[in-house]
Write a protein that binds this ligand. Structure first.
Ligand SMILES: NC(=O)C1=CN([C@@H]2O[C@H](COP(=O)(O)OP(=O)(O)OC[C@H]3O[C@@H](n4cnc5c(N)ncnc54)[C@H](OP(=O)(O)O)[C@@H]3O)[C@@H](O)[C@H]2O)[C@@H](O)CC1
Ligand SMILES: Nc1ncnc2c1ncn2[C@@H]1O[C@H](COP(=O)(O)OP(=O)(O)O)[C@@H](O)[C@H]1O
Ligand SMILES: [Mg+2]
Length: 281
């Protein structure tokens, strides 16, 4: 197995693009988030808020109808499109041209949601982040992996990774199988954990930020929003994955002296994004 390359501040500094003073929201990029189902609209809120708080100019979120008022009142900055079904995503139709799409947090696996995801994958050409239930749907429908554009970003936690690649007996085998998978489908795999590794067909990167405070509901949903935002701003997929994972972990390192491990929640990641980005300027 290749020796992982550390994602250090020095490496991130080379990737990070300070904001152009003459930019406007059109240039900053329009991101689309597809997330949520009845009881898990919070996942859509967290991903959408993280997305708009990571620098893209516009965010449109597609959710089932039941989440409309929740989204509009908790994040007025984000635009909302709803599906025909009340409780789950029944079709994926946008009247916008997003620069990047993040899909999966909290969407569940209803048959209609699976079908909508399949139809979306057949035509999507935009840079894409796939997380959570969208990963689980792919694990149950292996052949759909062939529909993915190259450099699509997959963000599995260990259980989601196991569903995708099968079980492993050692760390070495886990990495070998993940590298093989990334080569076969030409995708970038963010292997979430402590620490998080990023695998593409060429390299394995190891993140250097983050701590156990991140072991809390919704912290992965937030990561999806951050990486989608960076893609929409024009970062390449590998750069968006590296910078996104680094910034996500950094928020927990910044917050820890104030929150401690126990009281840190996913919203604290979002609340500390500003300080994390400022530390790169
Ligand atoms: N507020 C909301 O709306 C929220 C909505 N959410 C949404 O809910 C949906 C279900 O997502 P989910 O990840 O909770 O369920 P699932 O895929 O069955 O995985 C759980 C199992 O995986 C394992 N496991 C996980 N991490 C691991 C690790 N680091 N290291 C090792 N093992 C690890 C662990 O397995 P165990 O060890 O218990 O066998 C655990 O029991 C999804 O769409 C998500 O976006 C959530 O984000 C929460 C907030
Ligand atoms: N002990 C830990 N140390 C560092 N990072 C962690 C730790 N536990 C979890 N994380 C991070 O928190 C996130 C959890 O993602 P995920 O399991 O998808 O959460 P959720 O689905 O609840 O949003 C990942 O980015 C993971 O790397
Ligand atoms: Mg998750």
């Amino acid at each position: 197995m290749k020796i992982p390359i550390s994602i250090t501040q020095a490496e991130i500094q080379k990737i990070y693009k300070p904001i152009n003073p003459h930019t406007h929201k059109g240039i900053q990029g329009h991101a689309a988030i597809i997330a949520g189902s009845y009881g898990k609209i919070g996942a859509a809120v967290l991903a959408s808020r993280a997305c708009i708080k990571s620098g893209c100019g516009l965010v449109t979120t597609l959710i089932p109808k039941c989440g409309y008022e929740i989204l509009q009142s908790t994040i007025p900055e984000v635009m909302v499109v709803t599906t025909t079904h009340e409780k789950y995503i029944s079709e994926i139709i946008f009247d916008i041209e997003p620069k990047a799409v993040g899909i999966g947090p909290g969407i569940g696996q209803e048959p209609n949601t699976q079908k909508a995801f399949y139809e979306f994958l057949k035509t999507n050409k935009k840079p894409l982040v796939i997380d959570a239930d969208a990963l689980n749907i792919l694990s149950n429908n292996n052949s759909w992996l062939n529909l993915l554009q190259s450099e699509t970003i997959l963000t599995p936690h260990p259980k989601e990774l196991e569903r995708l690649i099968g079980s492993w007996k050692s760390d070495q085998e886990k990495f070998e199988k993940t590298i093989e998978f990334s080569k076969q489908y030409q995708v970038i795999i963010v292997m979430k954990g402590a620490p998080t590794h990023i695998v593409n067909s060429k390299n394995v990167d190891e993140n250097t930020t983050g701590n156990a405070a991140l072991a809390t509901a919704g912290s992965g949903d937030v990561l999806t929003g951050i990486i989608t935002s960076l893609l929409a701003q024009g970062y390449s997929p590998i750069q968006a994955a590296q910078l996104g994972v680094y910034i996500h972990g950094l928020t927990a390192d910044i917050a820890l002296p104030e929150t401690g491990y126990q009281s840190f929640i996913a919203s604290d990641i979002i609340a500390n994004l500003g300080k994390a980005f400022l530390s790169l300027d």
